[in-house]
Structures are given as structure tokens and as C-alpha cells.
Design a protein around this ligand. Structure first.
Ligand SMILES: [Zn+2]
Length: 288
């Protein structure tokens, strides 16, 4: 089967395309640095080989560079997100990854789609009184990635948090990871990665990654995708199977959201440079 055909299957199996399973990911790293072979367990119920040698979609639109400083409004949607991060926002859109026929990663009966929804519900409970919370899926059913993006379009003054669990071919890889692409999503992503790493205290905080994905590039609001940990690592899978651990992870995400609401980008350091890139599409490399 061709690499292109396998890519389509792989994207369907773990549709964020983030369960890439490499160690040493860092901001600015390219996808090929992940290397190796990653196994995806999706609705197809079998291993799907991962090739790092994808084609990269050429730019499809001319985009005028915009200074971050010129755009200061947090209150409206913005196509590119070249602006400071949100402050005093009212709404958190919570996206539980996968669902229905798309299980995401499944190891020893522990299913990504189920744990992601559980953490999403815990997060919603912890945001009560601080934010309006909106769910994209609130049950075990499939929602297409582009439909998830469209669901965010009717909200202003909101951020999106997409919740996933990771999988690697290497059983030693573990630790939470956080993906962002837009400038206005950087500080929230950094806060979330720090907070999750504090819960998972054996981890280095290595996992903040800038990557153009459907759910980090295409929404018109700040958007972050978190991977709570690796189901393929037995110690981390045991932790993630525990209600108390998942509850602490949900608390970590909630505290990051509240800190972002209170302080905006304050204390989070220099914002990354704006990147003008086309919308992410199915079959993209998932790189910058
Ligand atoms: Zn996933």
C-alpha cells in the first residue's frame, strides 16, 4: 500500500496526527525528527506503519504578515492568531479527542477516547464558576476534525482545549505533551504543559511543541491540544487509569486556564514569531 494511502488511514486512526511517539520533541522541531516507526491503534484494529517522509502541502494562500503588537483584541475571532494571548475570556470549548468508531490509542483495553472524555468532564466541573464550558462531544460518538473546527466558529471570547492521550512504538516514552501553533495560544499552552508536568513530576518539561494541526491552526480562537501521557508506557498507563491521577490532570488544566484568564501572557516570556501557514488539511505532514 502506498505511503499516501497509509497516511489517510493513520490520520483516521489517530486523527490529530499528534501521537507521533518521538522523544525529544521541542518547539520548532520538524516532524522528521520524530523518526522511527509509530504504531497506531484505531478503529482499524491493526498496526499502521508510520513513515516520517510525508509530503508537505504547499502554501495555498498569500498571507500578509501582521505585527503581534498591532493586534491586541482578545475578544474576537482572528484567522491567524498573530496577537497576544487571551485575558479575561469567558468561554472554554472542551474537545474530548476521538470518539465512536475512532478509539484513538487503545492499549490493554485502556482506550484514549474514553479517558479523554472522562478528563473533559472533570475539567468542566473544575471550571464551573469561572468560565462557560462548551463540549464538542459529550458521549461516545465520532465527530470529524473539520466539524470540530467549525463548531468553534460561533464562539468569540473563547479558547479551545482538545484532550488526547498519546502512544509510541517505544514503551519507554512517557510524559505529557502540549501542542500549539498560533501566537495567541503560546502562553496557555506553556501554562498547561507546566501544570501537567508538575502532576507528572518524574517528567522533564520537554513537551511544548509548535505544530500545525487541524485543531491548533484552523480554529479562529486560541487553541491548544494536550496529550495527557503515553498509554504505551505501562507505568504511565497505570497512572492514567486511576481516577485520582486523571482528576489531578484536569485540575492542572483548569489552573492553567484560570491563570491565563487572570494574567494573559504575563510571566510567560517572549511570544514566538508569527508563522504564516495555510490551513491544516487531512494528510498534511503535521509540521510547521
Ligand atoms: Zn489522540
Amino acid at each position: 500500500m502506498s505511503v499516501a494511502a497509509l497516511m489517510v488511514m493513520m490520520v483516521s486512526a489517530c486523527s490529530t496526527g499528534t501521537n507521533a511517539g518521538g522523544y525529544g520533541a521541542s518547539p520548532g522541531s520538524s516532524y522528521s525528527e520524530y523518526g522511527g516507526r509509530t504504531v497506531y491503534y484505531g478503529s482499524y484494529g491493526r498496526e499502521l506503519p508510520h513513515s516520517p517522509g510525508y509530503s508537505v502541502t504547499p502554501p495555498q494562500q498569500a498571507v500578509t504578515p501582521v505585527s503581534v503588537k498591532r493586534l491586541s483584541s482578545n475578544k474576537t475571532r482572528d484567522r491567524l492568531g498573530h496577537r497576544p494571548g487571551p485575558k479575561n475570556f469567558s468561554t472554554v470549548i472542551i474537545d474530548a479527542g476521538h470518539g465512536g468508531r475512532d478509539s484513538g490509542a487503545v492499549v490493554n483495553g485502556v482506550s484514549e477516547k474514553t479517558l479523554a472524555l472522562d478528563v473533559a468532564r472533570r475539567l468542566r466541573a473544575k471550571l464551573r464558576g469561572s468560565f462557560k464550558a462548551v463540549f464538542i462531544r459529550n458521549g461516545d460518538y465520532f465527530v470529524d476534525l473539520d466539524k470540530r473546527v467549525r463548531a468553534t466558529h460561533k464562539f468569540d471570547d473563547a479558547v479551545l482545549v482538545s484532550i488526547h492521550l498519546n502512544h509510541s512504538r517505544s514503551s519507554s516514552v512517557r510524559g505529557p505533551e502540549t501542542y500549539y501553533f498560533r501566537v495567541d495560544s503560546y502562553s496557555l499552552a506553556k501554562r498547561m504543559q507546566r501544570a501537567m508536568s508538575a502532576v507528572s513530576s518524574r517528567e522533564k518539561s520537554r513537551g511544548l511543541v509548535r505544530r500545525r494541526l487541524r485543531l491548533t491552526r484552523n480554529p479562529q480562537i486560541p487553541c491548544v491540544l494536550v496529550e495527557l501521557g503515553y498509554l504505551s508506557n505501562s507505568a504511565e498507563r497505570t497512572l492514567l487509569s486511576q481516577v485520582g491521577y486523571r482528576d489531578r490532570m484536569a485540575s492542572a488544566l483548569a489552573s492553567a486556564l484560570k491563570a491565563q484568564k487572570r494574567s494573559g501572557d504575563g510571566g510567560m516570556g517572549k511570544l514566538p514569531a508569527p508563522l504564516n501557514r495555510p490551513l491544516s488539511r487531512a494528510g498534511d505532514s503535521g509540521g510547521l
